[in-house]
Write a protein that binds this ligand. Structure first.
Ligand code: ASP
Length: 325
């Protein structure tokens, strides 16, 4: 019988109706009452460090979750984190960087409907997650709607359907079908858990729109140590911002030039608008990394070092399937 630690953090899965709309209210014990079949293959202990709509989850909560897992790592075979779906992809990516090399499954899940609703997806997602967490060898991942997605590859792509998460620029790791796990990607192995305890949250994301005032560009840059620019297509900087960019680079900011196109990633070498800035300012680019991973990886990297060469090395080191290029 596998021992699993359930960490309940809130979200729709644990929500009930209030006059002001759905809000998290259920305890982990109440959640577990809806999945009695899990008793056949695992014994579950539970903690509830927070009970939040995931709109309110912040980097401090990621550090708290990682600390709970670190403290309990040797006592359990796997971990299931119940989480709101809205920022679940960010939390999964953040935990992928904070806890590296794990062989014990760390599964994040949630639901589009509260667990006590008849038409809910929550019971299936929770049961699938407990099953996957009990199956051994895996890293940080999301189990949702039958899909098992690497923690660095998930994005919430639907606001209402049960099929809420997609794996971006990478296949699903596995599926949970009925009571069976079908793996598509062989387990890459884990060298044992390495926990880190620091993030630099002075990271900003600026989405370009045609006509964005140059002042917005420099204001965003001034507020952070790492600026991710969501540019267009394979990536480029409009002429109007070159002066601002030069100023931010001279101030020592780490600049990542990303794309707002959801699939296939960046390649700054292709067009002059990208090539000229990458060469000249030593910008980083995410290639096929998701935006959620780019944001949380940059927080993790800048939490470890401020040396530009080391920032570059860590940013381009593949972690938990986040980067193929
Ligand atoms: N607003 C909710 C949350 O992210 C949505 C959900 O859980 O599906 O907490």
């Amino acid at each position: 019988m596998k021992k699993i630690l359930l960490i309940a953090t809130g979200g729709t899965i644990a929500s009930t109706k209030t006059d002001g709309g759905l809000a998290p209210a259920l305890s982990p014990q109440q959640l577990l009452r809806h999945v009695p079949d899990a008793q056949a293959f695992c014994q579950v202990d539970a903690q509830q460090p927070m009970n939040l709509d995931s709109t309110n989850i912040s980097p401090q909560h990621w550090l708290e979750l990682a600390a709970i897992i670190e403290k309990n790592y040797s006592a359990y075979d796997g971990f299931v984190v119940c989480h709101g779906t809205d920022t679940l992809a960010y939390s999964a990516a953040a935990l992928s960087y904070l806890i590296q090399g794990t062989r014990k499954p760390i599964v994040l899940t949630g639901a589009q409907r509260p667990i006590d609703r008849e038409d809910t997806d929550a019971r299936q997602n929770l049961l699938d997650s407990l099953r996957f967490a009990s199956a051994g060898d895996s890293g940080v991942c999301i189990v949702f709607g039958g899909h098992v997605i690497a923690g660095t590859r998930a994005r919430k792509t639907r606001t209402k359907s049960y099929n809420a998460f997609s794996s971006i620029n990478f296949p699903d790791l596995a599926e949970v079908r009925d009571q069976r796990i079908v793996r598509f990607i062989p387990w890459a192995g884990g060298s044992g858990p390495r926990f880190t305890h620091k993030l630099n949250t002075r990271v900003m994301l600026l989405k370009l729109i045609p006509g964005l005032p140059p002042g917005a560009f420099s204001a965003a840059g001034d507020l952070c140590d790492g600026l991710i620019i969501e540019s267009y297509g394979v990536g480029g900087i409009p002429d109007a911002y070159l002066g601002q960019l030069e100023r931010l680079v001279a101030l020592g900011k780490t600049i990542v030039l990303a794309t707002q196109v959801p699939q296939e990633g960046s390649d700054l070498s292709i067009y002059q608008v990208g090539h000229r800035v990458k060469e000249r300012y030593q910008l980083l680019e995410p290639y096929d990394m998701t935006l959620e991973s780019t944001v949380t990886k940059l927080m993790w990297v800048l939490g470890q070092t401020t040396q530009p060469e080391e920032v570059r090395r860590l940013f381009y080191t593949p972690i938990n399937y986040d980067l193929l290029f």
